[in-house]
Design a protein around this ligand. Structure first.
Ligand code: PRP
Length: 185
């Protein structure tokens, strides 16, 4: 894709959550997570790459002791439809016996979070919580629900705030839905 085509993708997209709404959701989420986990000294794990913005912006709002690490798993690989789960990096820190909080940008069909949760429990995590910046209202019975949800997004392919459109635009501070034409590409 050329830079011009990438700009066109954004131009044709619809904003579904402004940067202000995202920041307000982060403030609320941080409060909810603090109430639930402030005495747990959790290991916070970002699911790379989509969680990079969410994790960075949430962590500085959490005012309790925690450890941070990441794991890398992917199943969309720059496309708008998911496939097989591919594990790229397991968490480097031991999760055995730990309270773990998983951070991800989006709960869509729920396959990724379900696989991450199962893997962490298999690795001996004592308890696994999850927080997602967005939960897609797609009407599916998802295999897992998130304990903490920032925003609901419509049943469209969304991007920005860590979420990519064909590998691009993770850097946007607001959330957009791809135009139907672009989403089928
Ligand atoms: O609920 P699901 O349908 O499983 O989809 C959610 C997952 O899909 C995205 O990851 P992706 O595979 O696109 O990799 P990325 O994090 O590098 O964008 C997103 O970051 C979530 O991890």
């Amino acid at each position: 894709m050329t830079p011009h085509e990438a700009q066109q993708l954004l131009h044709d997209a619809e904003c579904v959550a402004t940067a202000e709404r995202v920041q307000a959701a982060l403030d609320r989420l941080a409060g909810e997570i603090g109430e639930a986990l402030s005495s747990e000294m959790p290991l916070v794990l970002a699911v790379m790459g989509g969680a990079v913005v969410f994790a960075g912006q949430l962590l500085t709002r959490l005012a309790f002791p925690l450890e941070f690490d990441y794991l890398h798993v992917t199943r969309y690989r720059g496309k708008t439809r998911g496939g097989e789960i591919e594990w790229r990096v397991l968490p480097g820190k031991s999760v055995a016996g730990r309270a773990v909080l998983v951070l991800d940008d989006i709960l869509d069909e729920g396959e990724t979070l379900a696989a991450v949760r199962a893997k962490l429990l298999e690795m001996g995590a004592a308890r696994v919580w999850s927080a997602v910046l967005t939960d897609k209202a797609n009407g599916l019975v998802k295999p897992v629900r998130a304990d903490f949800v920032g925003l609901e997004v419509p049943d469209r392919y969304v991007f920005g705030c860590g979420m990519d459109a064909y590998g691009l635009w993770r850097n946007l501070p607001a959330i957009y839905a791809l135009s139907p034409d672009a989403a089928s590409g």
